[in-house]
Design a protein around this ligand. Structure first.
Ligand SMILES: [Zn+2]
Length: 102
């Protein structure tokens, strides 16, 4: 309904009396006990109606393995970019240690 005339405070408040937000209703997962939307898969363990419908733990492990591989590749790349500095430092350190041993 379009309001085109001046409206009183009480009419405004009456209209806004239906604007309150409602808390979402949640169900408890039968597998892990976490709360999830009713008639939806549990986002914590991937179970629905007492059986596993998605391997969320496996997906998480896969993702972490992928991220670890990425980190390893980045660190290997960083080592390959600056090997001259590392070699120079190690070469400089090696003769000093040999001198100390003699
Ligand atoms: Zn669950």
């Amino acid at each position: 309904m379009v309001i085109r005339m001046r409206h009183t405070r009480s009419h405004t408040k009456n209209r806004r009396s239906h604007h309150a937000l409602k808390a979402p209703t949640l169900a408890v997962c039968s597998n892990c006990g976490a709360q999830h939307r009713p008639h939806h898969m549990c986002l914590d363990c991937g179970f629905y109606k007492g059986r596993q419908v998605m391997d969320l733990a496996g997906q998480k492990a896969k993702r972490e393995a992928r991220m670890q591989a990425k980190k390893d590749a980045i660190s290997a790349q960083a080592e390959s970019i600056a090997p001259t500095e590392a070699e120079a430092v190690s070469e400089a350190e090696v003769p000093e240690t040999t001198d100390e041993k003699k």
